[in-house]
Design a protein around this ligand. Structure first.
Ligand code: MG
Ligand code: FE
Length: 168
């Protein structure tokens, strides 16, 4: 038998590892966006936000008397680095990152929605509220990527046609 509290700890550890992966992905993306200053600023802002999210998750674990699992964190970071390398090999890297980033933000938002429900079931309304704040931040970043997709694609195509370093 596993109670709601144990599940909550387990899933918060997953979220902590997920944010570690997010930090690696966003760092890679920001470094590839030097010719897209607006997108770069947004990605860097979300990177700072992601650091705060990871700290907030750690604090929630602390309130439950638990720590993040560093092993899981390491494994996820490796996945993120491999993904970064994979995308770096494609010409349309900037668009591939936008696609990956969009699905990642959706996954994050859904994870925090699940966590908020789990926290309420475990009698931890404070943790639930923290998760809902983060959920909205992920949705906001996902919405921004969604809105940017046409412009980003058009800019990429125009640069590609003009022979400018379109991959960046
Ligand atoms: Mg996040
Ligand atoms: Fe995020």
């Amino acid at each position: 038998m596993t109670d709601a509290r144990e599940h909550l700890v387990h899933w918060l550890r997953d979220a902590y590892a997920m944010e570690g992966q997010a930090i690696s992905l966003l760092e890679t993306q920001a470094s590839r966006l030097e010719t897209y200053p607006e997108a770069r600023a947004k990605v860097e802002a979300h990177l700072q936000q992601t650091h705060r999210q990871r700290d907030a998750v750690e604090e929630c674990l602390g309130r439950l008397g638990a720590d993040p699992s560093t092993l899981k964190d390491l494994a996820q970071k490796t996945v993120a680095n491999v993904q970064g390398m994979f995308h770096a090999m494609s010409e349309d890297e900037v668009l591939k990152h936008a696609l990956g980033g969009y699905s990642f933000e959706q996954f994050e938002a859904a994870s925090y929605r699940m966590l908020a429900a789990a926290a309420r079931a475990a009698g931890e309304p404070g943790i639930a509220e923290t998760c809902e704040v983060i959920q909205r931040e992920e949705e906001e970043m996902g919405d921004w990527l969604w809105e940017q997709m046409p412009t980003l694609t058009e800019t990429y195509l125009a640069r590609s046609k003009a022979g400018v370093t379109a991959k960046r």
